[in-house]
Write a protein that binds this ligand. Structure first.
Ligand code: GLU
Length: 308
């Protein structure tokens, strides 16, 4: 069945009913205690149209830990400021490795494969911090403005937990610093990065915040953040690198640019039409939300909306 793409409410209701009947939700991330406590049966989904209309179902207004979903926004903020110069510091190829892998960095002289693996995201946050003086603050201001939610903020417990269990990210940052690919002192960078990861936002907030990608680079207030070409570039990197080392399978099943995080959130973009955010904390073995991917798969099937 193909539902009219304008009637997102009934589509979301149907998806939520199907997800409710589906057993097996995966397991919440447990590498930091603050994430492990979430119930894997929680599920929310929101769709935002380019004019700011939002449809939602389930726990779509509940804040959750955005984690690596935020990497899309910091990438966009840096691209807006420095354009192609960014690509001297980070690549744009899928890594084929785990998101926090160290090995590839050594072979490739401290230049991370893409902005969405942790090493690449650390480089992006470092560059945003150098240019703005407050990378996490810049991100938060952007998310609040685009979502229209002034309550959106950092979860200090998650940030502290990340910091206490942050040895691997510290190793990545120090290693890249040894190649001259990090400007700021590593402890300063890590604090910014952990705050960035700790953003607590709802499906509605993140679907709205990502809408500039459906509007080809234009922000909610009508000003332009990215050129049309840069918006396409961010969408392309999401499609090829946005869902850890399962991006091929995600493209096959969902057919949309997407970015997931270990908090169980995933954002996805239908350029020109809408943005989606789905949240369910249970993850599969590659780190993507089990119910989240299933819901986006069903959305694509029911609406026919995809980039292909
Ligand atoms: N804060 C997490 C880390 O750097 C982000 C993980 C993720 O969502 O991919 O380990």
């Amino acid at each position: 069945m193909t539902t009219s793409p304008t009637s997102f409410g009934p589509v979301l209701e149907r998806i939520a009913e199907e997800i409710e009947r589906t057993p097996g939700r995966g397991r919440p991330a447990d590498y930091i205690p603050a994430l492990a406590a979430r119930d894997p049966r929680r599920f929310g989904m929101a769709v935002a149209e380019p004019d700011g209309t939002v449809y939602g179902v389930g726990d779509w207004r509940e804040p959750f830990s955005a984690q690596s979903v935020t990497k899309v926004f910091t990438l966009a903020l840096v691209l807006a400021r420095e354009g192609d110069a960014l690509w001297e510091h980070v690549g744009r190829e899928p890594s084929g490795n785990r998101f926090n892998s160290l090995v590839q960095l050594e072979y490739e002289d401290g230049i991370p494969r893409n902005p969405f693996i942790n090493a690449g995201a650390l480089v992006v946050t470092d560059r945003l911090h150098t240019r703005s003086g407050d990378a996490a603050g810049e991100l938060l201001a952007f998310l609040r403005a685009e979502s229209g939610n002034p309550q959106l903020g950092f979860d200090e417990e998650v940030a502290a937990s990340e910091s206490a269990h942050g040895d691997r990210n510290a190793a990545l940052a120090h290693f890249m610093a040894s190649y001259g690919n990090i400007d700021n002192p590593v402890p300063v960078l890590l604090e910014q990065y952990f705050r960035q990861c700790s953003v607590a936002a709802s499906c509605a907030d993140l679907a709205l915040a990502a809408s500039f990608l459906a509007r080809h680079g234009v922000r909610a207030d009508g000003t332009r953040l990215l050129t049309r070409s840069q918006a396409k570039q961010v969408n392309a990197i999401m499609l090829t690198c946005g869902t850890y080392d399962a991006a091929g399978d995600f493209a096959y099943r969902v057919g949309l640019p997407g970015k997931s995080g270990v908090g169980g959130g995933i954002i996805a973009v239908v350029p020109g039409r809408c943005t989606l955010c789905v949240w369910s904390p249970g993850l599969d073995e590659r780190g993507n939300s089990v119910a989240g991917v299933a819901a986006l798969d069903r959305f694509n099937t029911l609406t026919g909306l995809s980039v292909f």
